[in-house]
Design a protein around this ligand. Structure first.
Ligand code: SF4
Length: 382
């Protein structure tokens, strides 16, 4: 590796980024030789590309594969997605988090069906007009499915770009993303191989130009990488998040019978965070076990046991949770409703948490107590 120079300060003024055009053939050859065999790479169906790209946002490839295969089996096209009811849709997505993404996908599918379309539109502009499809997703679909020379800049590509350009600007700044798109746009092949090029960049970022320990000795564009030449590869990229997460404390109540075969759950409200999913009864703040009697007046418990604390990180919010398992007799559980009615608590068979009612991964630590190993194939915590 080249000798390491002294660390540069973060740059506040974004310079024009330029990438050496010679990286294009090098990346295409690299992709041809080293691409992973992934289910969504066996097709250029724009619907399949769309589903995979939305699932891959924030989730590892290995974790996405079973979700992708199940989703495509149940909802193989735009028409099926447009008609999918909430519970089925959320069950297919359960464990991936970010439920607004799949809701937006269904809205987009409904827009297409209303307009008489059976698949995604063939222009970048038309793709961008659909709910939930932004610059990145539109670029990925346009290039991979339709072969259009449109950039698709995700987190991997931002990192690769910062290193190739030896740029110390904050890659989380939207201006950097715009500059990266402008840098790549003129380099994208116009001979129909735009999709291969897009995927080659993704592949480089996912398998070689890794976040903390880039494998520069294996890199096909090492001789065009300015960070490598300057010895800056592990200092880059610069990531400065300006988003402050709000911390929210919660107490979760796991109301079960002795053998954990029945549990009380509620539907979440129809709007807002995790809308339309289900949850265990919970309240704001960290409560002592005696709070149970105030929250559930008249409900007699056999025992109340503290559960381990849990934490869930959303994009702008952190839930810090404590929990209690409250054992109720079956006779007491019988006093609860047995079907959803608004957001009122009702008693469910625990097996239905696996097959029918979607409990978001934010409550995963408590769901696992009822159904051990249920989230084994889940992606990263969100
Ligand atoms: S040489 Fe290293 S830092 Fe530069 S693009 Fe290749 S893997 Fe990334």
């Amino acid at each position: 590796m080249a000798a390491k120079s002294s660390k540069k300060p973060t740059e506040n003024v974004l310079p024009a980024l330029s990438v050496d055009a010679a990286v294009v053939p090098a990346l295409l050859s690299f992709f041809e030789a080293h691409k992973r065999d992934l289910p969504w790479r066996r097709t250029r169906d724009p619907y399949a590309v769309w589903v995979s790209e939305i699932m891959l946002q924030q989730t590892r490839v290995e974790a996405v594969i079973p979700y992708y295969e199940r989703f495509m089996q149940v909802l193989p096209n735009v028409t099926a997605l447009a008609a999918c009811p909430d519970d089925q849709l959320f069950k297919l997505w359960e464990g991936l988090g970010y439920y607004s993404r799949v809701k937006n996908m269904r809205r987009a599918a409904q827009v297409m069906v209303q307009n008489g379309m059976t698949t995604l539109p063939q222009t970048h502009v038309a793709l961008l007009s659909l709910p939930g499809i932004g610059q990145y997703t539109a670029g990925a679909i346009a290039s991979i499915a339709w072969g259009l020379p449109v950039p698709a800049v995700d987190g991997n590509v931002l990192r690769v770009t910062a290193r190739l350009c030896d740029c110390y600007c904050n890659i989380l700044d939207p201006a950097f993303k715009t500059a990266a798109e402008a840098a790549w746009a003129p380099l994208i092949p116009t001979d129909g191989s735009a999709g291969l090029f897009t995927q080659s960049l993704f592949e480089l970022g996912a398998t070689v130009c890794l976040p903390r320990t880039p494998k520069c000795e294996e890199c096909p564009v090492r001789d065009k990488c300015r960070a490598y030449a300057a010895g800056h590869t592990t200092e880059l990229p610069v990531r400065i998040s300006k988003t402050q997460k709000t911390i929210c404390e919660k107490t979760v109540w796991l109301l079960t019978n002795r053998d954990n075969s029945r549990v009380v759950i509620c539907a979440r409200p129809d709007t807002g965070l995790l809308a339309g999913l289900y949850e265990f009864p919970n309240c704001e703040g960290t409560c002592g076990e005696s709070a149970f009697h105030a929250l559930f007046p008249g409900v007699t418990s056999e025992s109340v046991t503290a559960l381990p604390p849990a934490k869930h990180v959303f994009t702008h919010l952190i839930w810090q949770m404590i929990g209690y398992r409250v054992v109720l007799s079956d006779a007491v559980l019988d006093t609860f409703a047995t079907i959803p009615n608004g957001t009122n608590p009702f008693v469910a068979d625990v097996r239905d948490l696996r097959d029918k009612y979607s409990i978001p991964s934010a409550f995963g630590a408590y769901k696992k107590i009822l159904i051990p190993n249920i989230d084994k194939k889940k992606g990263k915590v969100k």
